[in-house]
Design a protein around this ligand. Sequence first.
Ligand code: F6R
Length: 241
Amino acid sequence: MKIIRAKDYNDMSRKAANIISAQVIMKPNCVLGLATGSTPIGTYAQLVEWYKKGDLDFSEVTTVNLDEYKGLTRDNEQSYYYFMKENLFSKVNINLERTFLPDGMEPDSDKACEDYNRVIAHVGGVDLQLLGLGHNGHIGFNEPGMAFEAETHCVNLTESTMKANQRFFPTMDDVPKQAYTMGIKTIMQAKRILVVVSGEDKAAIVKEAFFGPITPKVQASVLQLHNDVTIVADAAALSLI
Ligand code: F6R
């Protein structure tokens, strides 16, 4: 596990974008596993900037996102599909037919999850998986206690995750209660993993997840067992280690 110390959020975003762009340059037809949330927004903005300068080409890249809310249409501003379109897909020359997320509008959870597992297998697995870190240690929507063996599955979101998401919705009632997410097994099968973390409010969970015991109570702790994990974190997020 390699930890790269960044000065602040912008520096973290640039350093993470550097790792992703190196992946795309070294293997133009790579499969990127992508995350949503506030942390990677600056990373995507940096990738877009380098694309606009002509330094990056996404034409052969395939992407598979970690998760999607169940029940939100793609054109719902809070869907992860919409997020990805806004922050990356519509701003670079990626082929939209090679961008994949779980199908939030598939009401049959088993079918949605099996279909997504098949997509990931069909594209040949993930070369580089980008992850954010939840305050309770979740990665994707893998909440505390979930078995490490899980592949893509449907989760009932915890109260704390719904509260954290509330800022994106008009009222608590609008916050989706379920989501489809890659499981820990799926995430651990990625060849390389890149975690981005920013802010003092993540300092305690950074310490617990990466320097504490490996336990399903802290889902991200399993990353200690992966042989190619890079954490890019700013000084505030690293302030307790
Ligand atoms: C997003 C995801 C989540 C977030 C995590 C951190 O696709 O799966 O695990 O990465 O909740 O979110 P932020 O970056 O908003 O703190």
